[in-house]
Design a protein around this ligand. Structure first.
Ligand SMILES: [Fe+2]
Ligand SMILES: [Fe+2]
Length: 254
């Protein structure tokens, strides 16, 4: 096992889910799909950080954000390359099935961020927490990847960068907001918690909606189908004569 650097520690929650992550990553098809998704998330995160470099007025932050964005783009390429190699070795089969997306998320959750509306302090607090979460998850993913050393090496290398991102964002937050950087961190934590709750509530609502629609389909529709079939049986087939009273209706437009 690779010795754990001081900052590369998974949270107890991520560590607790290790058996589940081991199972999710054990399937080669799922691994390909997840790596592709991770590649997309890293590249998207890189774009947001590039935007942060454009909007900040702090020269040091601009340089650090640029380096950070380059790292995230590189991570995207690494994940995609590894996924492509794995894909080439896969037998041609359906790629449908359970992917464990919400159980084993990737990236930094930067999709929650409106970069143009953030100050340097809120941006750094958000980035620090996002990188910390990514480092925690990637530590677990690396540790459960014994069966696939090349993918494990990808996580190992990316984890090194994520740890640097996690550390520099905290150092810079303490520099730009020496008095109240802890308050910014707590606000960012609460904001992430709230967004996580909203995501969970949306997923639950979607699941409940599907269950209710399925119940309606099997409980409410059968009686209507039965009534329609009964009416169809009573219907005389072919042309039938219309009584003179009813046929007079055809003389006028309405
Ligand atoms: Fe990354
Ligand atoms: Fe990162």
């Amino acid at each position: 096992m690779v010795p754990t650097r001081p900052q590369e520690r998974a949270t107890p929650f991520d560590r607790m889910l290790t058996p589940l992550h081991r199972w999710i990553w054990s399937d080669a098809e799922r691994r390909v799909l997840k790596l592709l998704r991770f590649g997309e998330t890293e590249t998207d995160g890189g774009r947001d950080i590039l935007r942060a470099a454009e909007v900040t007025s702090d020269p040091l932050l601009r340089r650090l954000y640029l380096e950070h964005a380059i790292d995230e783009f590189r991570h995207g390429v690494m994940f995609r390359r590894r996924a492509t190699t794995l894909l080439g070795a896969l037998p041609s089969r359906s790629t449908s099935g359970f992917h464990g997306e919400w159980l084993a998320p990737g990236g930094h959750g930067l999709d929650d961020l409106q970069v143009d509306n953030e100050s340097d302090e809120t941006m750094l607090a958000f980035l620090h927490l996002s990188e910390k979460a990514a480092a925690s998850r990637f530590t677990v993913y690396r540790d459960v990847m014994h069966h696939d050393p090349p993918t494990r090496a990808v996580f190992e290398e990316i984890l090194h960068d994520e740890t640097f991102h996690m550390n520099y964002t905290l150092t810079q937050l303490a520099r730009v907001a020496p008095e109240n950087h802890r308050r910014h961190l707590w606000r960012a934590r609460l904001s992430r918690l709230w967004k996580a709750y909203l995501r969970l509530a949306t997923a639950l609502a979607g699941m409940l909606g599907s269950i209710l629609l399925t119940i309606q389909y099997f409980v409410l529709l059968p009686p209507f189908a039965w009534l329609a079939k009964r009416a169809e049986r009573r219907e005389v087939s072919g042309w039938s004569l219309v009584s003179p009273e009813r046929s007079s209706l055809l003389d006028r437009e309405y």
